[in-house]
Ligand binder design. Structure first.
Ligand SMILES: Nc1nc2c(c(=O)[nH]1)N[C@H]1C(S)=C(S)[C@@H](COP(=O)(O)O)O[C@H]1N2
Ligand SMILES: [Mo]
Length: 441
């Protein structure tokens, strides 16, 4: 009562219209920003009140700073921002490195944080000794050195890559002890630059009877996948650059196939061969690993598209709430079918929903950042997000999704029944201490 600033701002804060139950506020008021929201926040002491005299000269303000290095490294205070490794000693099996989405923001995954999956280690490829061959059902078989490729017209596009096994822990019957990195760390988004595969195929002259191609990598696993020629001609890229620099070794240096919106496994890294064929090759990775079984006993033969999905990154496990008041709920949405059309968020486990703001630009087959203002009243809450894409697909609700797709009996693994292509809801439960835990609701 005796705090005048609190008295002034609280009514204005309360004047932001509610958009759903349990504290979700209207996104338009939030985006309008400025006065109303600033006033609203002071009422809840997000920043302390201060005047310019409060500034003191810290040691770093009193002497010259460090020497610039040829390759910039991030602040030493950011060392906790790391990928988590499934196979840190490099045993002869698949290695996963997962993106820490809760420690990043925006829509671009920095190259050092882009997830990687390598089935047989990352090869140490000398770019001068690497080339790409296009052969099979073509008029002119062709061989491209990296230099030759670099003379073709290039283009850049934003695209997410997601492993079909991303989010597999959510097939478990009980909530998982883990956060957004454990659950959703096998998806990332970058700006990829390279040569359109259609340009190279046109030059080789594809036989009209060739409906598929096999893409093969130069690593010891020789990952190879069959790709419909229609997709290759549509938006496939032979990518040479990732967020402006040459591909990272783990992401396919010196060149990779990029199939926007398709299951990550098909974006063959260390690309060395494309063979045009008239039917799918039924390679190991398409006939065993990435052909999920359904409870009915049937299996998906091909499951190319990563369907519409979203999850909240802030708040999420490991990012406890620091007292009641205003928070921004923010997360990532994407669809292999095109642009995100709408994201709804809930603070009461899916009983009521408010529309989130989509941050521009909203790009096809790329991450879209969504944001929604939320006033936490200190009580229990269950946060969820649900996305729709421009093709009209909705992210499925969990009960229906699990009924159709099954759940695992035990601790889930990335491979095998039925842990592929989870695109249903993720729930974060918030307790009265502000702790955030994975839950089912
Ligand atoms: N040659 C080759 N390509 C590969 C792989 C591999 O091990 N070797 N892993 C695949 C898998 S399973 C996925 S999900 C994506 C991951 O791409 P990223 O590591 O660049 O994120 O690459 C795919 N391409
Ligand atoms: Mo994958």
């Amino acid at each position: 009562m005796s705090n005048p600033s609190r008295q002034r701002s609280t009514p204005r804060f309360d004047s932001i219209p509610a958009a759903a139950d349990n504290g979700l506020l209207d996104r338009r008021e939030f985006l309008r920003g400025g006065v109303a929201v600033a006033a609203a926040m002071t009422g809840f002491v997000v920043a302390r009140s201060a005047s310019a005299e409060a500034l003191t000269d810290a040691p770093w303000s009193q002497r010259a700073g460090g020497i610039s290095s040829a390759v910039e490294r991030r602040s030493r205070f950011e060392e906790k921002v790391v990928r988590t490794l499934s196979n840190p000693n490099g045993e002869p099996r698949t290695q996963h490195a997962r993106t820490p989405h809760h420690l990043l923001n925006g829509t671009i995954t920095p190259n050092s944080m882009h997830f990687t999956i390598v089935h047989n280690g990352t090869p140490d490829i000398d770019p001068d000794k690497h080339s790409l061959v296009i052969h099979g059902m073509v008029k002119r078989p062709l061989l491209f050195s990296l230099d030759a490729l670099s003379r073709y017209p290039m283009e850049s596009r934003m695209a997410f890559i997601e492993c079909g096994g991303n989010s597999a822990p959510l097939f478990s019957p009980k909530p998982v002890k883990g956060g957004v990195q454990d659950l959703h760390g096998l998806v990332s988004c970058a700006e990829w630059t390279g040569v359109r595969l259609s340009t190279l195929l046109d030059e080789a002259g594809v036989d009209a009877k060739a409906k598929w191609l096999i893409a093969e990598g130069a690593d010891m696993a020789a990952v190879s996948r069959s790709v419909p020629v229609a997709k290759a001609m549509d938006d496939a890229l032979v990518a040479l650059y990732q967020n402006g620099e040459r591909l990272m070794p783990g992401n396919g240096y010196p060149m990779r196939l990029l199939l926007p919106g398709y299951e990550g496994n098909m974006s063959v890294k260390f690309l060395r061969r494309i063979k045009l064929i008239d039917q799918p090759a039924m390679t190991y990775y398409e006939s065993r690993n990435y052909s999920p079984l359904l409870p009915s006993g049937k299996a998906y033969q091909f499951y190319f598209v990563q369907e519409v999905k979203s999850f909240i990154t802030h708040p999420s496990p490991g990012l406890a709430l620091q007292g009641q008041g205003l928070y921004e709920i923010s997360g990532i949405a994407y669809s292999g079918n095109g642009r995100i059309a709408r994201v709804m968020v809930s603070a009461d486990g899916g009983r009521s929903w408010a529309q989130a703001a989509l941050q521009e630009p909203v790009l096809s087959k790329a991450f879209t950042r969504f944001r929604a203002p939320w006033r936490w009243n200190g009580g229990p809450a269950i946060l969820q997000s649900r996305a729709w894409d421009e093709a009209g697909n909705a992210q499925p609700l969990r009960a229906q999704f699990i009924a159709e797709r099954g759940e695992t009996k035990t601790v889930p693994s990335v491979n095998g029944f039925p842990n592929q292509h989870y695109n249903s809801i993720t729930s974060w439960a918030i307790d009265s201490n502000g702790e955030v835990l994975h839950a089912y609701a």
